[in-house]
Design a protein around this ligand. Structure first.
Ligand SMILES: O=c1ccn([C@@H]2O[C@H](COP(=O)(O)OP(=O)(O)O[C@H]3OC[C@@H](O)[C@H](O)[C@H]3O)[C@@H](O)[C@H]2O)c(=O)[nH]1
Length: 400
């Protein structure tokens, strides 16, 4: 639309002159409108920039958080040592998802070796090794020890066998086969690839005689590497005949996090009972002794033994023995449990003057913390584990 002064100007001039003037005015008008439009764009752009920068300020901390989360996902593994090709061993761990096996895995992985773990997922738990899944040094094979395994390794840690009474009694024949055929398979593999074999044996094989004179029904002391060996100790025949490097540890009572809550062992039973406010079931008088060892101490010794030149069986316990009653007290205190101690057969006399074991208290606290978490986990799954019922057996008074 033309402005008033322009119209007045137009009427003042002759018609002939008006046309070009009007055209000029129109052009000037269009040019001014265009100019305004062009000048408005930077204002709009400035506004957009300001909004963008404000949004950036809000979003940047979120981006930062996402970066941190991504980092924490990529750094999920415990620190692993770097080993040169010469020092890095290829190691096979059988039964690596179990209590001892999983801690052994952790040690070997953190020491920087390449570890292959085999397990048949019977007693082992995925949760015990899931923190290594996808690590470049770690491999997991679902494998039953009764089958042959072909793999190139430098060392074999053979721990695959049900270890706790409920698990080895679950299918006793399968337990026997695992301990015989399974161990034979590992000896065969060790021989084929020239690997050193570590065998996890048990303190159960070296019980002292407790009957004097020995009666007909007393089975006597077994010399495990003598002419009448326990099954898994056939390793020694293989060592003598085939030259396979064998290391054997007789493992005594061990405890720590990742113990199976239903393994029926005394530490698991006592922790579970104390946490659930149930009586702590002490069998007999409670004066029988055991040498308890915390899991990480055991695992360090297993690795040291395997790399040593000690080929005879080594007992891995704890030099200090303590009574079961002491242990009951030691577990009750940190849990803060009001549980009573229940003697399941003869009446017991409290051992006077027992001393708390500081290191063991530390280990017990870790195990108790783990059991607490496990109970919370199971509560969500509607399954509340109960300590295994009393497993009364005729036994020696002390371990050694
Ligand atoms: O609830 C319980 C459980 C067990 N106990 C007692 O605590 C002691 C230890 O019993 P556990 O079942 O924990 O362990 P054990 O010493 O019999 O053998 C265990 O540890 C040593 C390993 O070599 C064996 O392979 C393993 O089974 C026994 O005297 C047992 O009678 C209780 O007093 N109350």
């Amino acid at each position: 639309m033309l402005s008033q002064p322009m119209l007045r100007l137009a009427s003042a001039v002759s018609c002939r002159r008006t046309k070009p003037l009007l055209c000029i005015a129109l052009l000037a008008y269009v040019a001014s409108v265009w100019d305004n439009l062009v000048n408005m764009r930077p204002i709009q752009e400035n506004g957009e920039l300001r909004i963008e920068s404000r949004l950036d300020k809000i979003i940047e901390p979120l981006r930062e958080k996402i970066r941190d989360l991504e980092k924490s996902f990529t750094q999920k593994y415990s620190p692993v040592k770097f080993l040169s090709e010469k020092d890095c061993k290829r190691i096979l761990v059988t039964g690596g998802m179990g209590f001892v096996g999983s801690y052994l895995m952790d040690k070997l992985m953190m020491d920087g070796h390449k570890v292959t773990m085999v397990d048949n997922f019977f007693m082992g738990r995925k949760r015990n090794m899931e923190h290594w899944v996808s690590h470049e040094n770690f491999e997991l094979i679902n494998h039953d020890m009764l089958e042959q395994l072909s793999i190139e390794v430098d060392q074999i840690y053979h721990l695959a066998s049900p270890a706790s009474p409920p698990s080895y009694m679950y299918n006793p024949f399968k337990t026997l086969k695992t301990n015989t055929v399974g161990t034979l398979n590992m000896l065969g593999l060790a021989k084929r690839v020239g690997a050193r074999l570590f065998l996890a044996s048990t303190s159960e094989v070296c019980r002292d005689p407790e009957v004097h004179p020995q009666t007909e029904d007393y089975w006597g002391r077994v010399n495990p590497i003598g002419p009448c060996p326990r099954f898994a100790e056939m390793c020694y025949a293989c060592m003598k005949q085939e030259g396979v490097a064998v290391r054997v540890a007789r493992i005594f009572n061990t405890f720590g996090p990742r113990m199976h809550m239903n393994d029926g062992w005394v530490v698991s039973n006592f922790i579970l009972q104390a946490l659930q406010g149930e009586p702590l079931t002490v069998y007999r008088s409670g004066s029988q002794t055991r040498a308890f060892r915390y899991i990480s101490d055991l695992v360090n010794r297993l690795v040291a033994l395997t790399n040593s030149n000690v080929s005879s069986p080594v007992k891995l316990g704890n030099p200090e023995e303590h009574t079961i009653l002491e242990f009951a007290q030691l577990i009750k205190n940190p849990v803060g449990s009001g549980s009573k101690i229940q003697f399941l057969s003869e009446k017991a006399k409290l051992m006077p003057g027992w001393e708390p074991m500081v290191l063991r208290e530390e280990g017990l606290n870790k195990a108790i913390f783990y059991f607490r978490k496990e109970l919370e986990y199971h509560a969500n799954n509607q399954y509340i584990p109960k300590p295994k019922p009393a497993r009364m057996k005729t036994e020696r008074a002390s371990h050694n």
